[in-house]
Structure formats: structure tokens, C-alpha cells
Ligand binder design. Sequence first.
Ligand code: PLP
Length: 379
Amino acid sequence: MTSTSESVLTQIPFFRYPHLFNQYRDETLAAMIDVMERGAFILQKDCADFERGIEQFLNVKHAIGVANGTDGLIIALRTAGVQPGDEVIVPSHTYVASAAAIHFVGAAPVLVDCLDDHLIDPDAVDAAVSSKTTCIMPIQLNGRTANMTALQQIADRHKLVIVEDAAQGLGSKFKGRNAGTFGVAAEFSLYPAKVLGCFGDGGLITTNDDRVAEKARLLRDHGRNDAGLVVSWGLNSRLDNLQAAILNVRLKHFHAEIERRRELARLYREGLGEVDELLLPPGPGDDPDHFDVYQNYEIEAARRDDLRAHLERDGVRTIIQWAGTPVHGFGLPGVRLTDLPRTRLLFERCFLLPMNTSLADDEIRYVCSSIRRFYGRAD
Ligand SMILES: Cc1ncc(COP(=O)(O)O)c(C=O)c1O
């Protein structure tokens, strides 16, 4: 249990970026200095160690470090065989990067609705399959893994591949199996605010398929094989070795980080569970099929905008994902405008409460009591 003084309670930012460094300051500095003294900047031991560490952590055959999550998605889609002209089914409640990656492989994103837990609705996926569909891209959103059994059944029935956008899902599980190990290929983002964040951009591709892994390794490094020979077209999308060294430090503490996030989610439920104007994310342990890591704490609230203004006055910063617009709302070329009723309702009501491991228990309690006061509940 951690606690904090009254003065800190007056200002709760959404995310404390300096905490990323300060948290494991000495270990991180030592790792960075070591890399720089060795002059080990591109595709060196630290990157390989990180990839092996992730393989072990996720129980997956291959992890491949890339420059960012968006590149990871583009490479994952290409290695999974998605072609120009194909359709890829993806929920509209996601970062534009998911749809952009589909666009940049020449395919079309077909946007579908979500369920009450804010993840892709398998029935909506089934209904959206056309003769052009080749791939389903579930988003392992907010640190929760979608119902992969239902999605795999649909994929099998229609002979589709699954590419997971697990940018927000590292460490989350469905039926005991890790996000990033279900699809033909998957991608993770290592952006600073992610559950496992580095000090800039970074990403990962994971797969259990040797051929997919080989293609992904070529694609991230100019199509060059181990001997340096160019055997295919490729990109420059390598995870920086310095970032990998930082991530190796953070990976050592990752189990504890996840446990802390789950504890914070428990505190939010304790403080807000009885406020029936709110819809909270499922609590940790509520459903044995899901192990959630709470990348975000996305709630739905009656009178959302007034509640956010009230929290702001109380010194609590909140945000709405994607600036409050799901992908189908941006009017991007090639994206069909569809009415997605659950997503529409969600975006009238959803926002994110602070959720990260810099937060003290008392800060969560402070946020909860501010919200209870807004709805006229006694403290
Ligand atoms: C769901 C989702 N997909 C893809 C991405 C893209 O990752 P990156 O910012 O590392 O390119 C993000 C990043 O926020 C994300 O949240």
C-alpha cells in the first residue's frame, strides 16, 4: 500500500511521464550507459535479449522488435498474407493506427461495433464478412483480450486469418493464453504510456509461425538476411537497441507493474461500484476467462462532460480516447460510414480515469470521492 500527502492530492495528472525514468532510475541509467559505452546501437545483444525475454514471458515462439506499433501492424498484416483489395474487419473503437495499417497494405478496413466491455463484437464480425474479407483484426483494447474462441470459430468458418492488434494488451490473457499468441501474427506498442513503455517509440511483432517470423525479420531490416544479403524488399523498422536495454530493465518489474494496475482497478471498483450512473470495466477476477492488465481504465458515465469538468476543477485530469472520435467518424477516404449503435452510445459516455503505476492508493480514493460527490453520494 502506498499513500501520499494532501498537497499531492490536489493535482492528479493523467500520466506522469517523468515517473517512467525515476521509477527504476539507477538500473535504467546503468543499462543506458552500458549500451552507449559499448557503442551498441542497432540490432545488438540487448534487442535480442529483449525479444527472448518477451518470448518467454508470453510463451510465444518468436518476438521481433520493430520501430513502433504501427509499423508492427503493417508488417504483421503483410506477413500474414493480407493483399491489396482485401477487406480486414476491425472494431471502430480503436486508434486510427489500426485502420491506417490496413490502408497502407492496400486493403480496406471494415469497421464494426463493440460489446459492453468495449472490445470487438464477434456477432458483428460474422455479419461483416464478405467475399473480399481475408482477415479479422481484434483490438486487445484497454489491457483486455477479446473473446478469441468466438473469433477463431468465425475465422475458421470463413477461412480468414487473425492479426491481433495487441498494442494495449501486453500481459492480458483470455482463457489463460496471452494476447499476442492467438493470431497468425500480432503487434504490441511500446509507446511510453503503454503498460510496458520505453523512452520513445517502440513496437513488437509476435508469432508462432516460423515463416511469418522470417518474413517479419526481413521486412523490418531492408530485406536483409543474417549474412547481410538482400533477399526481399524491406523497410527500416528496427527497435533501437538503447530502447531495448531500457525495456529489459522494465520487463524485470513487469509482473509487479501488472499486479499494481490490477490493485488500482480493485480500488476504483471499491470506490465507484455502487454509483449506478457509471459503467465500470469488469473487475480483476470478475470473469475467470479474462486476465486484464488495465492499460486504461475506461468508464462510461451519465453526464460525462459535466463530470469531467467537475474532476478537472478538483485537479483530476482525464482524457477521451482518440480525441472522442471512433475511426468511422473521421471521414477518411476508403472508410465506409456506418452506424455502429454501441460505439455511438459509448462515445457519448466514455472517458479514461488516471491509471498508471505512479498513482498512490489515496489518489485513487480522491478521484472516487470526487466522482461520488458529483453524483450526490455520501463519502
Ligand atoms: C490500439 C492501438 N493500435 C495501434 C497503436 C499504434 O502504436 P504506436 O503508437 O506504437 O505506433 C496504438 C498506440 O497507441 C494503439 O493504442
